[in-house]
Design a binder for this molecule. Structure first.
Ligand SMILES: [Fe+2]
Length: 339
């Protein structure tokens, strides 16, 4: 593995930093600092903004770009006791989910492409190349590439990134996402690309890879979570199964029926065929199908349209029924609402 280093004087001048970078084998470097080394001086968000701008304007990150269909690719470009710098490669649809950065302040800048930043209760920010975003400790956000082109971004944190916590959106509030293990696994989740085998150079993806990529973008809900979201919040439960399947299996009272073949046209706020409820990209659509496979692809397709809260229900209608949640028996299902 190669790592980007620079000499000590360059650390004091972020503009010089970009020109002093070089790649060296990690084993030969002495600049990696032990975590917690005394004497570290925290950078301000404005310092970090200058640093990411300097890195972005250099060509030191170009050979670190890796575009992977199944997850964001990151690499750390620089690390010292005061701060660290990362490059992240984003394919269309990749997102971080809501997270914070522990006690670290940070800054990031888009080098190429366009990203979006989401915060509860705030308008979506479109982050284009050139102007860094900055934040202080305990700042939480969800960053995503909601566009059709890949994006590359440069991130810096001070103190160096040591802890991240994930959150779920509950209405307009962020609640900590439960994790089975500690912060190291959370860091893995945030920064490491998934270990699944990448696409072959033919460019063809298997359905397992496509499904995995779709689900990596979703905060999937169990049937009980979907039930509570649809009854206690403004979330919309959407049944995408064909009529023939609903007639055999039954349906869910109150679920909106929008069959898969018209789903995007009904929920794109810019579509002339949209539903009256599809007024903006912030609505939460919970898609379900029969067993929870097609629904993942459908939810990802809605995210591609900018409906960033779209997700699906694990296990689909079958899991809902098995959970003992209320259903409309097949003989009654013909009374479903339809799009
Ligand atoms: Fe972040």
């Amino acid at each position: 593995m190669l790592r980007l280093v620079c000499d000590g004087s360059a650390l004091e001048n972020s503009m010089q930093l970009a020109t002093d970078m070089r790649l060296v084998p990690e084993a030969s470097s002495t600049l990696i600092a032990a975590k917690g080394r005394s004497g570290a001086v925290s950078k301000t968000p404005e310092d970090l903004a200058n640093i990411v701008s300097a890195f972005a304007s250099s060509d030191g990150w170009l050979d670190r770009v890796r575009l992977r269909a199944n997850g964001r690719w990151y690499e750390r470009l620089y690390h010292d006791p005061d701060y660290d710098v990362w490059v992240i490669s984003w394919m269309p649809g990749h997102s971080t989910g809501f997270h914070d950065h522990g006690g670290s302040s940070g800054a990031f800048v888009v080098a190429t492409g366009t990203l979006e930043e989401h915060r509860p209760g705030e308008r979506t920010r479109v982050i284009q190349s050139g102007k860094p975003r900055t934040f202080g400790p305990d700042y939480a956000h969800d960053v995503r590439n909601a566009y059709l082109a890949p994006a590359i971004s440069i991130h810096a944190y001070s103190p160096p990134l040591d802890e991240m916590n994930e959150y779920e959106l509950d209405g307009t509030q962020l609640v900590p996402r439960e994790r089975p293990t500690g912060k190291d696994q959370t860091l893995d989740q945030e920064w490491r690309p998934q270990s699944r085998k990448p696409a072959e150079r033919t460019g063809a993806l298997s359905i397992e890879q496509v499904l995995s990529a779709a689900r990596s973008r979703l905060r999937r809900l169990s049937p009980l979570e979907a039930f509570e979201a649809s009854t206690k919040t403004e979330a919309i439960l959407v049944d995408i199964r064909p009529e023939s399947q609903r007639a055999i299996e039954g349906s869910i009272a109150g679920a909106l029926v929008v069959e898969r073949n018209v789903l995007e046209w009904r929920f794109d706020p810019a579509s002339s065929a949209r539903l009256p409820i599809a007024t903006d990209h912030g609505i939460q659509v919970i898609v379900f199908c029969s067993e929870g496979y097609t629904s993942s692809l459908a939810a990802a397709a809605l995210q591609d349209l900018g409906l960033w809260r779209a997700t699906d229900m694990v296990g689909g209608f079958h899991a809902w029924r098995a959970s003992g949640l209320p259903i409309v028996q097949p003989s009654e299902a013909s009374q479903d609402r339809s799009s």
